[in-house]
Design a protein around this ligand. Structure first.
Ligand code: ATP
Ligand code: MG
Length: 348
């Protein structure tokens, strides 16, 4: 181990393991969110580590959200977490805006993070595109608020999809710079946890683009609330190539669309792409796609049914989020206070 790596390992070893992650209520949940995030959040909840999961509504408004849609999406996302198995007595579940310490620590981190770091973020480049001048300041500052989300709880582990790896690395840079600037070992260097067969589920229409809830094309994604017919239609129309499936994952190298469907299948079946191809290698898509439809419907239908049941009682969802926020604040408040003390802010 290099000196720097050793120092890092020591800094993080001092902290009790704690998991934090969040999802934006920027649209309906997708299969990508489920396989890359929620399903793994639920797995981690069962591992005896403290788990904190957030509906990051303040991130969602970095792009325009109709207020009524934001409210509905926030409740629907909370329902998605619960329906997938998140247990609010085991995990802390809340929406970000109810814990104002996120914004407060976010401001401190805006003064730690450097413009050059933010400019290099690929999500910023992707989302702002050629229209950066018209993008909100919030969209640019997003990764600094995300660092605050994580570090406000001294979280050591952050389960995310592949697309968020760069932001968790930036979180580490912010923690390291804060610790170094103030001569403290206060914030841990949180680790991204990116595991499973589907850490980057791709669009069903374009194998080079990530599946996203904010993609304008509904055919590009499977939504957690899609019914069986819609799932069948989207998978049937998913872009593929004319070749049969290969016998091993090497054969998927230059076939992004085929690789995507195999990975989705593997993640839903809780197995590996190797195992899927050992069974399906040599088959045409005309045979593989119906098998994938059956599997997807089998896994998603119970979750979407439970989501619609929960959505019938929005007051109950709001009260779960409120209770979660109270618990989150018990952890967040002393960490923010200590941060202010370190920075030199007076508290009466
Ligand atoms: P948006 O398009 O508004 O950014 P999103 O679908 O990317 O929405 P986020 O709220 O940004 O969703 O991300 C929530 C979590 O889901 C993150 O951990 C992210 O890495 C994960 N995630 C998002 N899309 C995918 C995907 N296609 N495959 C795997 N994981 C994903
Ligand atoms: Mg995203």
């Amino acid at each position: 181990m290099s000196d720097a790596t050793q120092a890092q390992a020591q800094t993080t070893a001092r902290f009790t393991p704690r998991v934090f992650s969040g999802i934006q209520p920027s649209g309906g949940l997708t299969l990508g969110n489920y396989l890359g995030a929620i399903k793994r959040f639920v797995d981690m909840q069962e591992q005896g580590i403290e788990t904190i999961y957030c509906v990051v509504d303040m991130h969602a408004i970095t792009v325009w959200q109709e207020p009524d849609a934001l409210r509905r999406q926030t409740r629907e996302l909370a329902a998605g977490y619960l329906a997938a198995g998140l247990d609010p007595s085991k995990s802390i579940l809340f929406n970000q805006s109810q814990v104002p310490e996120h914004a407060q620590l976010g401001w401190v981190f805006n003064c730690v993070a450097r413009m050059g770091w933010m400019n290099r973020m690929t999500q910023w480049k992707d989302k702002a595109g050629k229209n950066a001048e018209k993008a909100s300041l919030g969209l640019f500052a997003y990764p600094s608020l995300m660092a605050a989300d994580i570090l406000l709880y001294h979280a050591t582990h952050v389960p995310v999809g592949e697309d968020q790896k760069q932001h968790v690395e930036l979180t580490r840079d912010i923690a390291a710079k804060f610790n170094n600037d103030y001569g403290v070992e206060f914030f841990p260097l949180s680790e991204p946890v990116i595991e499973g067969a589907a850490t980057r589920v791709m669009s069903l229409r374009d194998g080079s683009k990530k599946m996203s809830k904010s993609d304008p094309s509904d055919m590009s994604r499977i939504n957690m609330t899609d019914d069986a017919d819609t799932i069948a239609k989207k998978i049937r129309k998913a872009k593929t190539d004319p070749e049969p499936l290969p016998e091993t994952p090497d054969g998927l190298e230059d076939r992004p669309e085929a690789r995507n469907l195999v990975r989705i299948y593997a993640a839903l079946a809780e197995t590996t792409p190797q195992a899927v191809l050992a069974e399906m290698g040599g088959k045409q898509f005309s045979e593989f796609k119906p098998a994938l439809v059956d599997l997807a419907v089998d896994r998603l239908a119970p979750i979407s049914e439970e989501m619609s049941r929960l959505m019938q009682d929005p007051a109950e969802i709001d009260s779960i989020l409120g209770r979660g926020a109270d618990r989150a604040r018990q952890i967040a408040t002393p960490i923010l206070q200590r941060t202010y003390d370190i920075v030199g802010m007076i508290r009466g």
